[in-house]
Design a protein around this ligand. Sequence first.
Ligand code: ADA
Ligand code: CA
Length: 400
Amino acid sequence: MRRAGQSHAGKLALGLLLSACSQTATRPAGQSSPAGSAAASGSAGTLAAVSGAAGVGITSAGTAGGGIASGNPAEPNPDGGSASGRGAAGSDGAAAGRPAARDGSPPGRGAAGTDGGRAAAGPSGSAGTQPTAAGQAGGPAASPGSPATAAVGCEGLDPLQTLRGLAPTDPDLAEDFMGYLSDLGPLTCAAAGTGTARTITQTIFVPPNSVYDGRGEKLTADSAMLRCDTSEGEQAEDQRPYFVLAKGATLKNVTITYPGCEGVHMLGDNVLDNVRWEDVGEDAASVRSYFPGGRITILNSEAHKAKDKTFQFNAPCDVRIERFTGSDMGKLVRQNGGEEFELKIDLNTVQVTGVISAVVQSDSPRCFIRHHALSYMFQGSGDKSDRVFRDIPPANVTEY
Ligand code: ADA
Ligand code: CA
């Protein structure tokens, strides 16, 4: 891997040594190209070992149980066997008489498409200009400007009722959100993990502003109960997530194993800290179009084997990914295709290898990227430098 700060010769020598298309996003100051004119890439497939990934790894401290309150009976989702749209991606039914949802729709709903609901929305708590150095330094769960809100525990809490309270005001998005909720199935509310390896049969709901500390636990989804796609590519759109994080919730010290299913759904203003995806499913974590979005902070984490995208954003967000390692992935970050809402992304000390398609891909003229100590290695041969920040205006990319 080449890193910022190495001499060009040093980079080149190391790059040749690695015999692969490792490139850093370093460029001379003032140059607007996202990745500079990186050297042509080398041989296909073989990846150099990743070194120096700071802060990753799960600490297995603690074995205390408790903290898990089942808000719902542990039984299969009654609508789990519904005929509509299971399995294959995009196999939804008839669209309602309006533009369809912009992201993976619940079964029976419209196919993915565009809707204007979000595209015209303003930025997430920021001026619509290029982010500044200070602009994305995020604190944990709470986002600046949001009222100081106390953590909500699971006791007496109805997850679906809580989620309904977060419905968007836009009627179309609200309808999509309600469809999402009805398809989500039963949820287990939990504000703490177990520190053990266990199989989950329901999506875990982390209440608003709570910190779910898995204490090093290793979770495996029951693929029938979470409707995980275990076919090649794992891209079915109606898989259930391991976690739904309410607004302001934090998830930490958790490993998500195979099958990855829909990973983690983040309502907004969330922190993921020391989360490890061993084998990403449809995606590792996402903000859906009908979620509030906001500040998303992903720290000390790693993700592997994402056939398509790792982190997917379908609503305006201010994203910070710091001390992250990933391997074998289509994209590290994908802004939902065809969307033009504002998305700010800060990549700080990020190392990805085996990238197939892009480090970040967006069709939005308002996708702004800041990066520091970013290194990447594509699969295959050929110069992939135009794919580092794919389809993103070079002027929107700043190295710091
Ligand atoms: C696919 C799909 C989108 C959206 C996205 C996601 O890219 O085409 O509509 O569902 O997945 O959010 O995972
Ligand atoms: Ca998804």
